[in-house]
Design a protein around this ligand. Sequence first.
Ligand code: FES
Ligand SMILES: [Fe+2]
Length: 329
Amino acid sequence: MARREKEHVQLPVPNGWFAVEFSRELRPGDVKPIHYCGEDLVLFRTRSGQARVLDAFCPHLGAHMGYGGRVMAETLRCPFHAWQFDGTTGDCTHIPYCERIPALAKIRSWDVQEKNGFIWIWYHSGGEAPQWDFPSQPVFEDGAAEWSEPRAFEKVLEAHIQDTHENNNDPVHFLYVHGATEVPESTIRFTPDSTHYQIESTHEAVYPNGTFQMTFVRDSWGLGLNCMDMKGIPGAGLMMFAATTPIDGHSVHSRWLLTATNNMVDLAGEEFMNNITSGIEQDLDIWKYKVHRANPVFCEGDHYLGDYRKWVRQFYTHPVGDAGRQEDR
Ligand code: FES
Ligand SMILES: [Fe+2]
């Protein structure tokens, strides 16, 4: 057995809202096979413009409806024998060669919402209905006059979603992985029973237009969505919305939307955006080759991580490990 495999604690997929596509990538009539949270699914947009997600395999003879399925009004038509399924309820509404529709002709429909430029599904390992929600950020939706058109980028990463999310809440690694000159001063706001987690950090940054005291506020609602608001340059702003979705227990699909005030884009141009995207590249090898420690040994300087591990337990139906341990002194 490989060393990594032997040492690895397999974390389950957590519960929460997860993005399955950028809104702009799904037009009315589009049908896409998707695989997230260990599930085979079909994503489509109805003629009236609603994004819908159903289980992929038809209850009739099991065709994957993401390959050849067709949108017909508000339903999805299976490519094999043309049964039609309502996008909201999953009920079979029409069988072209049969009057009577069997009572069991139904497929699981997923809770879907569209917000902040993404299409989200609710995943719960026990099949429970959505237990919480998250706010809208208008700059990612209709756009705002002084903000640039959001840029999108995406990447599949070999990592568990908790490890990538934990990275945001690990100020020390900025020094060793991202070339920061000091550990950013950080403040965490969370309560163990709230799905909202906020970490605010300040550091000095050198940009083409000068040196500024920057404040990064990172808000999370569960593990699937993270909004970063960067402040510190007078009259300018930059916001990044990161959506991370488990493909399975070993990999994630991350999507980012990035927008800045137009004056910021005018000043720093693409360079500013590129600095942020290349920062993510610096984390990749750590995530790819690390193991997950369910019971890590923490030192006093790791109190942010200890707090984070306590918060994160609420998203698992069956949490793994404890919230970290510190050697007795
Ligand atoms: S397999 Fe879907 S209609 Fe027959
Ligand atoms: Fe990082």
